[in-house]
Design a protein around this ligand. Structure first.
Ligand code: ATP
Length: 448
């Protein structure tokens, strides 16, 4: 099916020339010569894209733009402008036009811009379809790598097998756990999430297994641990590599015997839950390094799922950007920002060591702090605007435009990221090097 272009141009010769080029390129064209004709056409037709001249004899191009934005928000607008009105075109982009063409322009340029616009339109559609297909979850992505992963996750979700999700920090492991739970036979039960890396070692046992009244000073009443709380549901153990050996043995026993004994408690309590575990490290390597016991490894390594890092699925970036813009525009009740194609290209060339979380934080920051809606490459963090060949040593990028407090925060974020990368995602080792507790590190990561 050919795309339908709405062409609004008052100069007859120009209109005919454009229409001819568009039809030759395979588009269906509906043309209007005045603002009034344009408004009439809008009341009974829908378009895939609009090409609108700013200077019209009656209603101006802005009026048509505003109407298109409200009546057909999915139809992107490309403005045509004379040299004298370039300023006006720039401000029109702040009002939601996608781009502009300065007259005189080459027909090839117009066709190229249109092609890009259609890519955008089809990405948005794909995003909407995908969101429908992933129903209760917000997992977004359409790259072959991501689709393969999703398919594997959906296939095993329906069983009751133990699942181990591996993926770098920020790749979306927790969202995957949500998806697995929502598609599992125990979906009506609770989903209990435990971040094993955030609980101090001394408290882990009590938190997981619960305790009886009087088990230790301060235990004033019986307490159900996470394992019991997950009864008839899913227990999600995040950062499984952070569980000390002694606790691995105890957990293994519970998984085998399907019963739990509270700390200081007498009786064995039967438990039944589906176990989903996650780690941001290579699980086999953890076993080789002796961090994970062999028996525990084999108990968990039943169905391993590997979530690829964002740099291996850069095709997901446009969809994710679009998804986060909607999320934060809604949350902060601000008009959605729009990334210039060059800005998007920069993001797709950037390796995102912090994965989707880093991308999400960036979009949130841009959505909240940008004075206008148009995001050009110079609005992006410096490390993202550098060419790949220049490399991006973290410490070379001082962002002098930031107030001191934010600059320190920015520096801290990158510093932590770098140390984490160097430690292969191992938070215990990273926290040790940084001289802070694992809990503190975790808080800083969440805060980023
Ligand atoms: N495919 C995706 N679609 C939409 N949002 C995503 C996707 N992947 C990740 N996110 C978002 O990125 C952020 C980080 O994801 P999440 O917490 O699930 O990562 P993680 O792999 O569990 O990280 P960590 O190992 O640090 O705990 C979350 O806000 C999540 O909503």
């Amino acid at each position: 099916m050919s795309h339908r272009v709405f062409l609004v141009e008052d100069e007859a010769a120009h209109r005919e020339m454009l229409a001819e080029a568009l039809i030759d390129a395979g588009y269906e064209v509906i043309a209007a010569a005045t603002g009034q004709q344009a408004l009439d056409a809008l009341s009974h037709s829908t378009f895939d894209v609009a090409l609108v001249d700013i200077c019209l004899p009656d209603v101006d191009g802005f009026g048509v733009l505003d109407l298109l934005r409200t009546q057909q928000p999915a139809c992107p607008v490309l403005l045509m402008t004379g040299q004298a009105t370039i300023e006006a075109a720039v401000s029109a982009m702040k009002r939601g036009a996608y781009d502009f063409l300065a007259k005189p322009f080459r027909l090839e340029l117009m066709l190229l811009k249109l092609e890009r616009l259609f890519q955008l339109v089809s990405l948005e559609k794909e995003n909407r379809d995908l969101r429908k297909s992933t129903q209760n979850t917000n997992l977004v992505g359409s790259s072959p790598e991501f689709r393969r992963f999703l398919e594997a996750a959906e296939n095993v979700a329906g069983s009751s097998a133990t699942i181990l999700i591996q993926g770098e920090s920020g790749t979306g492991k927790e969202l995957v756990a949500d998806l697995i739970h929502s598609r599992s036979p125990v979906k009506d039960g609770p989903l209990v999430k435990v971040n094993c890396g955030a609980i101090p070692e001394s408290l882990l046992e009590a938190e997981l297994f619960g305790y009886g009244k009087g088990a230790f000073t301060g235990a004033e009443r019986d307490h159900r641990g996470y394992l019991e709380q997950a009864q008839d549901g899913t227990l999600f153990l995040d950062e499984i590599g952070e569980i000390p050996h002694a606790m691995q043995v105890k957990l293994l026993r519970v998984l085998q015997e399907r019963q739990v004994r509270r700390l200081g408690g007498e009786k064995a309590i039967p438990v039944s839950f589906r176990l989903v575990a996650a780690t941001n490290r290579d699980f086999s390597q953890l076993r080789e390094e002796g961090v994970i016991r062999k028996d525990f490894f084999y108990r968990l390594h039943v169905v391993p799922l590997k979530l690829p890092p964002l740099r291996r699925r850069q095709a997901d970036i446009p969809l994710l950007v679009d998804h986060f813009i909607r999320k934060y525009a809604n949350r902060y009740a601000k008009p959605p920002i729009r990334l210039r194609p060059e800005s998007l290209e920069r993001l797709q060339a950037y390796p995102f060591p912090g994965n989707v979380r880093e991308l999400e934080n960036l979009i949130e920051r841009l959505q909240v702090m940008s004075p206008g809606t148009e995001i050009s490459p110079r609005d992006l963090p410096i490390e993202m605007t550098r060419q790949a060949s220049e490399g991006s040593p973290v410490f070379q990028c001082f962002r002098t435009e930031l107030p001191l407090k934010e600059a320190i925060h920015d520096f801290e974020r990158r510093f932590i990221q770098r140390v984490l990368e160097e430690e292969g995602g191992n938070r215990t080792a990273a926290a040790k090097r940084l001289g802070i507790s694992r809990k503190n590190l975790w808080e800083k990561l969440v805060d980023r």
